[in-house]
Design a protein around this ligand. Structure first.
Ligand SMILES: [Zn+2]
Length: 69
């Protein structure tokens, strides 16, 4: 990780195929939320063992992880 805090575009929306932009990131917990720039769908990523981001779930709400603490 380079620690850039500008918007990074990685991946595509599973629904409409539009680019995703960073919505929220937590380096300590190794997870981030990307939001579709077109339909607003949230994509939840977790860092795997090798430090790669892996898509774990997709939702219309952004606070799924906050509820599942
Ligand atoms: Zn979309």
């Amino acid at each position: 990780m380079s620690g850039k805090d500008r918007k990074t575009y990685t991946g595509k929306c599973v629904d409409c195929g539009s680019p995703l932009e960073l919505y929220e990131i937590d380096f300590k917990k190794g997870r981030k939320i990307m939001q579709c720039t077109r339909c607003g769908l949230f994509h939840f990523y977790k860092k795997d063992f090798f430090g790669k981001w892996k898509l774990v779930k997709v939702s219309r709400v952004s606070d799924l992880w906050k509820n599942s603490k």
